[in-house]
Design a protein around this ligand. Sequence first.
Ligand code: SF4
Length: 220
Amino acid sequence: MAKDLLEKGAILQRDKQTYAIAPHLPGGIVSAEQLRKIADVAEKYEAATLKVTSSQRVAIVGLKEEDIDKAWDELGIKPGAAIGICVRSIKICPGTTFCKRGQQDSVGLGLKIDEKYHGMPLPSKFKMAVSGCANSCSEPAIKDIGVMGTPKGYTVMVGGNAALKPRLADVIADELNEDEVLSLVDKIISFTKSNGSKHRLGRVIDEIGIDKFKKEVGLQ
Ligand code: SF4
């Protein structure tokens, strides 16, 4: 039976015959040239549609299996981690780069996090988000790690997720600068690797307790 082609970053569609691919567009920030290329490839290989995804990507939907390699070659963009047990998307709001309400540089910080962690294999699916102010347009409160800008720095929250049992993230630190956030993210990722649970971080935190978790990541 046909299935997802993980090594090609291709997701089997409902028709059980065609595939979607999602080029990696860090933070959803994309040049006109890249968008044209995506549109050209979709047209050339007669994709069913283009889908702007909740992970700030543009998926090419409805490709034939024999066209997937050629499509990736022509795109010249690496695959987004849309499937697999790894760090998936790092959702980034426009922050002080573009948004008049921005209080912190969510784009600068988010792209650093993306560069370091996007696609990194972990024992569980893992999502992150960075927002430039408390309006939280990138939804940090429902991510495994959510970073939210405030006038005094960044607030870091952990263990959020959507899905069947939605969970709001727990705030574990605030008023951090960029370097402090990056160091804390590193510790949380290391904890997730060594803990080895296949469950989302929120469930792990519920099992061990938030105080023990904070100790594990050097906060107590
Ligand atoms: S979270 Fe704040 S800074 Fe980011 S897009 Fe929304 S309003 Fe702008």
